[in-house]
Write a protein of this length. Sequence first.
Length: 221
Amino acid sequence: MNSYQNLSLLENLYRLKSLGFNYVDPIKPNKTQTQTSSLPDSYETLNTTIKGCHLCDLSKSRTQSMSGFGSIHPKILFLDAFVSSAEDESNSYYAGRSGTMLRDMIEKVLNIAVEEVYITHAVKCKPFGFQQPSSSECNSCSPFLHKQLEILAPKLIVTLGEEAYRLLTHDESDYERVRGQLVPFGNIPIIPMYHPTFLVRNPSFKKETMRDLQTIKEALK
């Protein structure tokens, strides 16, 4: 990140603070687990590598490996934790009620077309049944995610739910302390928010989510 980008980010942090938003201490990416140097620098070649991945047993449970969807020059990258059954079956990143809600948040609240953002998962395949991915399965996908961030270089990462936030940052602090805040993370800040699936089941939290979306809009200015 050059000095101009640093200055721009700092000015934006102060602008958000003046509006009453808070942000937390920087989180350093865990570079020891990424091992991205052996992965291709081309977006298309990386996608091909992800789609043909058989590094863990999740390759046996999936219909396909889902590398990501959207602009390769995005202002925002939305990060989900892992591929859902509905996404795997339909090969769609906006599947089901939660997918429709996320699309509406992006297009109707942020006023951005879904083709102009990027959405991907920390774990690129559907887990077995209703199980959570194991730590080794998550670690197998970690280099792919970090390489995507390096290639796509979004202005902002929005993590969807607590799991996605922890898989990316390995931050074990209270999630409510960081949710809706601007969290410095390497060269790209993060704003964690509730997962749309959680909001479908708990609509009373939509008010907090609207505030988080306003924080996202301010962070993009």
